[in-house]
Design a protein around this ligand. Structure first.
Ligand code: LIP
Length: 263
């Protein structure tokens, strides 16, 4: 499969950061037995991966700016392009040696998401998409799943953690979802979850409080895999509101109407 020059630049940055994360993931596995745990080590791994990505992307596109999970906004001299980067999405999984995490790099052009790369360096699954050119997992074309009924669907959402203000809403939604869907999962990485919807492994995904870097690349993957996205009210302000629902068009609307809005 021939990738565009742009995707090559993104893949190079993601895989380079992935090599660093893989080395650190090996260390984290050793640190589980210490009482202090690997917390500080993981923050350092996250920051290191982000620096690798920034350096790599800046080398190829010196004028483009960034929105970074760790480093915030870096303005570029080109006002049209901005990279949106999460160097380690699924930090808690990484911290606990669960190999469900990813590097996520999205490209925004004039306010539109136009390219995305999500890479899990442990499974070596590389998800790529560019507007108008389709979505791929490694070299294989991806399509969202065709299931239309909640009763047949494997859905995914975020399970709240200690101190989270969303527990009440989650329990309400989970009650309906568990009673109506074939399966409900929480993977702990928005980027991986969106990539899995694009790959047809999950039928639908929703979450209320994401940051732009959690979803930027995933948005392009879903659209290019023939899927649909909306914010919680059915509009397209996912990045602005932090709410997202993804799936094929029937599944996306079924999640919104039956699980989130509830009749
Ligand atoms: C996290 C996720 C997780 C989501 C959290 C958070 P981090 O990103 O992807 O699935 O529920 O809101 O944003 O902190 O691991 O990069």
């Amino acid at each position: 499969m021939a990738r565009s020059a742009l995707l090559n630049v993104m893949v190079q940055a993601a895989t380079k950061a992935g090599r660093s994360l893989t080395r650190d993931f090996g260390e984290v596995e050793q640190l589980q037995v210490s009482v202090k745990g690997p917390g500080d080590f993981v923050s350092a791994a996250d920051t290191k991966a982000e620096e690798i990505i920034v350096e790599s992307l800046q080398k190829s596109r010196p004028d483009w700016g960034f929105l970074l999970e760790e480093g915030g906004e870096i303005k570029g001299s080109d006002p049209l392009h901005r990279w949106i980067v999460d160097p380690l999405d699924g930090t808690t999984n990484f911290l606990h040696s669960l190999p469900i995490f990813a590097v996520s790099i999205g490209l925004e052009r004039q306010g539109q998401m136009v390219a995305g790369v999500i890479y899990n360096p442990i499974t070596e699954e590389l998800f790529t998409a560019e507007k108008g050119s389709g979505a791929f997992m490694n070299d294989r074309r991806m399509r969202v799943a065709a299931r239309r009924k909640l009763a047949d669907a494997a859905l995914c959402t975020a399970i709240p953690h200690i101190g989270s203000k969303t527990l009440g809403r989650y329990l309400e939604e989970a009650k309906i979802a568990c009673a109506n869907a074939a399966a409900v999962r929480g993977l702990g990485s928005a980027a991986v979850s969106l990539a899995y919807v694009a790959a047809g492994r999950l039928d639908g995904y929703w979450e209320h409080n994401l940051k732009p870097w959690d979803m930027a690349a995933g948005i392009v993957l879903i659209r290019e895999a023939g899927g649909f996205l909306s914010d919680i009210s059915g509009g397209d302000r996912m990045i602005e509101t932090g709410g997202i629902i993804a799936g094929n068009e029937t599944m996306r609307e079924a999640i919104r109407k039956n699980i989130i809005e509830r009749p």
